[in-house]
Design a protein around this ligand. Structure first.
Ligand code: NAD
Length: 492
């Protein structure tokens, strides 16, 4: 970091001061303290990153996959050795608890481990004698320069849904982290620097819209991976695709759980509490709406309110805290406004987390767990992504009615059911319009070797992040058909 606290970029294997004209403060959401300054623009910097990545690509592509993954093995070890330090940086700038930051890092590491399988995952296939004496093969080749634009809520895990696969496949990678949480990626690149990767293979560029626009327009960038809110996902998808790039965009979410009366209420309550209020509700897989069916209306209502009320809210750096603040003052204001809106729409506030006062953290963006009941299924609050510690309770008489409510959502990131009935679970799995489905699971987060499968407005594109989909996304297929007649050969 420079003396004035401005974060540099990592371009061509070196830390370089940003040429940006505008900077923003990076703020600790628990204390209000300014941690650093991050560039908001700097188009020349991103062009330099693209050019150095393009220059690095031909030799990196020629580097055997087996050699490329050796850097990932080293990276995994660096992650393990610096896990606590990285977790602290995540907590300081994002606000989540240390336990949540550690869990996020484990998920990032898991993706590094899976990408170490590239020599197998990247293989193509072939067939002899597709016609007499003619053989055909499909080989996968890297694309070239690829980039990821990532959100604030998982400063390291989300970029790692992409980075390990991108570079293991032989691409040169540029990452543009969220300007709200740039310090985690900065710290990680201090470790990446120790890998001894060829300059240009991995670059870090800070910035906001104008920097993203350069990535979307520059002809040398072949593919864009994005995770963030749906309006921005749609913008990035349309502009990137119009420029002929391969684009995958994971958008916002409004996740439902359906609670049947036969569910084990104690376990269900505990799991739904963690899903709704973990990471202060700022997980793209967080449950936002719980649909109670039949008798569950009363049993679940009372249990969830008590469980939510028991959560200890405080600075994520304190081990006793179970939930931290939300990311910005603006987020806090928006979320509190949505709670008020729910009341106007006819919901009643069962547990009100607004106006939370945390001793010694008067400047923090804290909202305590909030539970709204009788939220009208067709109302605005049922449709809007709140992205905060707010759980809405909606009631349905039957599973079919619950599925019907769920199908009206514009989003399809995740949905879960809690039941002891196999038949109800199967019906749900079969019919539900969401891409990540949980059966007695609160956060249906796919492991790194499965695709992160959002649907509807939660995803634009074809290939998802992680695992085989990521390999498919970061490689281009080439089909070769060969004829080598015997009569052309010299006789030996
Ligand atoms: P965001 O859309 O505000 O920002 C995401 C990224 O896009 C950032 O890097 C930001 O700098 C950039 N950006 C913002 N506005 C832009 C613009 N107009 N043009 C170009 N780039 C722009 O999202 P956020 O607030 O950082 O993250 C929260 C959102 O991310 C939530 O909606 C959440 O559901 C979503 N999310 C989704 C998933 C998923 O898997 N579907 C995972 C994590 C987060």
């Amino acid at each position: 970091m420079s003396k004035n606290g401005r974060l540099p970029n990592y371009i061509n294997g070196q830390w370089q001061n940003s040429t940006a004209a505008q900077f923003a403060d990076v703020i600790n959401p628990a204390t209000g303290e300014t941690l650093a300054q991050v560039a908001l623009d700097g188009e020349a910097d991103v062009v330099a990153a693209i050019e150095s990545a393009a220059a690095a690509f031909p030799e990196w592509r020629r580097t055997p996959p087996e050699e490329r993954i050796q850097y990932l093995f080293k990276l995994k070890q660096l992650f393990e050795d610096h896990l606590e330090d990285l977790a602290r940086v995540i907590t300081m700038e994002n606000g989540k608890t240390l336990a949540e930051a550690r869990a996020e890092l484990r998920r990032a590491i898991e993706n590094v481990e899976v990408a170490c399988g590239i020599p197998t995952l990247m293989q193509g296939y072939n067939l002899e004698d597709v016609a007499r004496g003619i053989d055909e093969m499909m080989i996968r080749q890297p694309l070239g320069v690829v980039a990821a634009i990532t959100p604030f809520n998982f400063p390291i895990m989300v970029p790692f849904w992409f980075i390990p696969y991108g570079i293991a496949c032989g691409n040169a990678f540029i990452v543009k982290p969220s300007e709200k949480v740039p310090l985690s990626m900065h710290r990680l690149f201090e470790l990446i620097e120790q890998l001894g990767l060829p300059p240009g293979v991995m670059s870090l560029v800070n910035g906001a819209k104008t920097v993203v626009d350069v990535l979307l327009d520059h002809p040398r960038v072949r593919a864009i991976s994005f995770v963030g809110s749906t309006p921005v996902a749609k913008y990035i998808y349309s502009r990137g695709s119009a420029n002929g790039k391969r684009v995958q965009c994971q958008g916002g979410a409004k996740n439902h759980v359906v609670v049947l009366p036969d569910a084990d209420m104690e376990t269900t309550t505990q799991i739904v509490t963690d899903s709704a209020f973990g990471c202060a509700g700022q997980r793209c897989l967080a449950v936002s709406v719980a649909i109670t069916v039949g008798e569950a209306k009363h049993t679940f209502r009372d249990a969830i309110a008590a469980s939510a009320d028991s959560i200890t809210v405080g600075s994520g750096l304190e081990e006793s805290s179970q939930m931290g603040p939300v990311i910005t003052r603006a987020s806090k204001t928006r979320i509190e406004g949505l709670i008020a809106r729910g009341k106007v729409e006819g919901a009643s506030v069962l547990l009100d987390g607004r106006g939370a006062k945390i001793p010694n953290y008067g400047q923090g963006n804290f909202i305590k767990p909030t539970v709204l009941e009788n939220v009208p299924a067709g109302g605005e609050l049922s449709k809007t992504e709140i992205f905060g510690p707010v759980l809405s309770l909606v009631h349905a008489e039957t599973v079919d009615e619950a599925l019907d409510i769920l199908s009206q959502s514009l989003y399809g990131n995740a949905a879960s059911i809690f039941t002891t009935s196999g038949a109800a679970a199967r019906k749900f799995r079969y019919q539900v319009e969401a891409g990540n489905v949980g059966i007695n699971i609160g956060v249906a987060a796919p492991m790194a070797y499965f695709p992160f499968s959002g649907w509807k407005d939660s995803f634009l594109g074809v290939m998802h992040s992680q695992g085989r989909d990521a390999v498919e996304f970061y490689t281009e297929k080439k089909v070769v058909i060969e004829r080598w007649p015997q009569e052309w050969s010299r006789k030996f």
